[in-house]
Design a protein around this ligand. Structure first.
Ligand SMILES: [Zn+2]
Ligand SMILES: [Zn+2]
Length: 210
């Protein structure tokens, strides 16, 4: 039982450390993030929107010309086809927009998970399954749970994973700790933020090689 609790605590601490690392190393910009959604999907969604618009308006106008039925939408605008088409276009645009947001979110999760070395198929399915009943909860869970992006080693620039403790290329310590109080510090710190110990030797070594 205590062994199990120890493991839960360890994994919780590991996750908290990764969360801190993500906040420290990633300052993602919204529009740059949008760029990982594949171009072809955006074009496809745009084309489908135009097709939906043309089909809806054509069918609606054809229904209005039919002398037997007055089933043109909306019924109040039966006698002005231009206004009726405009109203229909508004509705189609609204529906397409919410559908497009869902498609782009799922595509984002799919691409983002694979670039972070997570199981992209699993996360995509989870977000889609939670959509009908829970809305964007799946997406929020994904944002909280996702692994930090791989980042360049501060010493040699080689790409290192978020869970690495040492760079596999140059053996640089990726989570340096203060020699005095043993707490984790950033590579760029000149003094330990916890005990004030001077860390000059460590930082100058990084600067020389950079
Ligand atoms: Zn390195
Ligand atoms: Zn310290």
């Amino acid at each position: 039982m205590s062994d199990y609790q120890q493991r839960v605590t360890d994994s919780f601490n590991e996750r908290r450390r990764l969360f801190r690392l993500r906040r420290k190393k990633e300052n993602l910009r919204f529009w740059e993030e949008f760029g990982i959604i594949p171009r072809w999907l955006m074009v496809l969604v745009g084309v489908l929107y135009v097709i939906a618009l043309v089909v809806a308006i054509t069918v609606n106008l054809a229904a209005g010309r039919n002398p037997n039925g007055n089933d043109m939408f909306p019924p109040d605008l039966r006698y002005s086809p231009a206004l009726a088409s405009l109203a229909l276009a508004g509705i189609v645009t609204g529906a397409s927009l919410s559908l497009a947001i869902i498609i782009f979110l799922v595509a984002y999760v799919n691409r983002d998970a694979s670039r972070r070395g997570m199981s992209s198929a699993l996360w995509t399915i989870l977000v889609i399954i939670l959509l009908p009943a829970w809305g964007f909860i799946g997406f929020v869970i994904y944002l909280l749970m996702r692994e930090p992006l791989p980042y360049p080693c501060p010493q040699c620039g080689n790409t290192v994973g978020a869970r690495f403790n040492f760079c596999p290329n140059c053996k640089c310590n990726l989570h340096p700790s203060c020699p005095q109080c043993k707490r984790e510090i950033a590579e760029t710190d000149k003094f330990c933020p916890y005990c004030g110990n001077e860390l000059k030797s460590a930082t100058s070594a990084v600067e020389v090689s950079a």
